[in-house]
Design a protein around this ligand. Structure first.
Ligand code: G3P
Ligand code: MG
Length: 349
């Protein structure tokens, strides 16, 4: 409904549209490509392998720096992907790098949360694994968790000017899906209830930021897996039962309209140099396509973002229905991302 062929009749090289791809459940399940994703992405490049259609990855996942994710995705999907095309749930954390530059902040989650935060410019960041290792007896269950013992020696040998046990934690960032929920909930309750000094008296809560709030997502297992939103509910429920003031937190990621606005800006930057993006006075792009698998997150987000977003729901992930989703209907429902890209290119070119 937002299409216009006017620009194309004037110049075949002009692109008035861009595409945002969700990753989990649309392009990949685990590390396995789904829905013909390599073939679909290949169509966005010319015969020499140059990008001809501006597109980005708009995922609520993460855990590694954007540069590393771009390399991983290039290998898995068999197309050249640049760092600037990767927008992860935690990408907005970069805006806090100045505010907390030298403050002690804690990074939580799978993968390399410290590498992510260091690349954003945080200079005094510890993983929750390392942080917990400085406090004896903080996790009474730790001795039963063989997997977490191996790195303790390395962390304790690290040179630190200030002992983390007496340095106040100024903020907590949930970068990616937490691994050890029981330990993380315990230590986060300690940090958040004491104003950043575990084992001390109750004090006002430091800020806590979540990269996303997905209740669940589609991995390789046939049914959905618990996501960061599920962890947030667990932490919040326990914290609120123990403390007079409810947990104060901020979540990023889709469906926040700011994420879609940022994607629009990034799409303008990744637009191929041969492409002129036409401005209609309101939106530089006439149409931006969001291809997602999660109605509550991807489709809800695109609907809230409004024009020029057009939502396409695939059946390779969280959504498995025959018809459209009743609560968050997409502008179009297709089986696979390959079908979605076929539809877009036949409409737009
Ligand atoms: O942990 C990843 C998941 O929460 C969502 O990823 O790519 O479907 O937004 P994606
Ligand atoms: Mg998804």
């Amino acid at each position: 409904r937002f299409f216009s062929d006017q620009a194309h009749s004037q110049s075949p090289r002009r692109s008035s549209f861009g595409i945002a791809f969700d990753i989990d459940g649309v392009l990949l399940r685990g590390e396995t490509p789904v829905g013909g994703s390599p073939q679909a992405l290949k169509r966005l490049y010319d015969e020499s392998g140059n990008l001809r259609i501006p597109y980005v990855f708009l995922t609520n996942g993460g855990g590694v720096p954007e540069s590393e994710r771009a390399e991983e995705l290039s290998k898995l999907l068999n197309v050249p992907i640049s760092t600037s095309q990767v927008i992860q749930g935690h990408s907005p954390f970069k805006q806090f790098a100045n505010k907390f530059e030298n403050d002690l902040v804690i990074a939580v989650g799978k993968g390399e949360p410290v590498a992510v935060m260091s690349e954003y410019g945080f200079k005094n960041v510890l993983s929750i694994d390392e942080y917990a290792s400085y406090f004896e007896h903080i996790d009474p269950l730790g001795k039963f968790k063989n997997w977490s013992k191996q790195q303790v020696g390395y962390w304790k040998n690290r040179d630190r000017k200030v002992d983390p046990c007496s340095e106040r934690v100024q903020a907590v960032f949930i970068v990616s899906d937490p691994i050890d929920w029981s330990r993380d909930i315990q230590v986060l309750c300690d940090i958040l209830s004491t104003g950043g000094l575990p084992g001390r008296e109750m004090s006002s809560q430091p800020p806590v930021y979540f990269a996303s709030d997905d209740l669940s997502y589609q991995g390789l297992f046939p049914t959905e897996r618990l996501g960061m939103g599920a962890f947030r509910i667990a932490l919040e429920s326990i914290y609120n039962r123990m403390h007079p003031n409810p947990l104060d937190y901020t979540s990023y990621g889709k469906p926040n309209p700011s994420v879609f606005k940022n994607a629009e800006n990034v799409l303008m930057q990744v637009a191929p140099s041969s492409t002129t993006v036409e401005s209609n006075g309101l939106h530089p792009f006439k149409t931006l396509y969001m291809i997602g698998d999660n109605p509550h997150v991807d489709i809800n987000g695109a609907r809230q973002a409004g024009q020029p977003w057009f939502s396409i729901l695939t059946r390779t992930g969280v959504f498995k229905g025959k018809e459209n989703h009743p609560l968050y209907p997409a502008d179009l429902v297709v089986d696979t991302v390959e079908e979605a890209v076929g539809y877009i290119l036949s409409k737009e070119t």
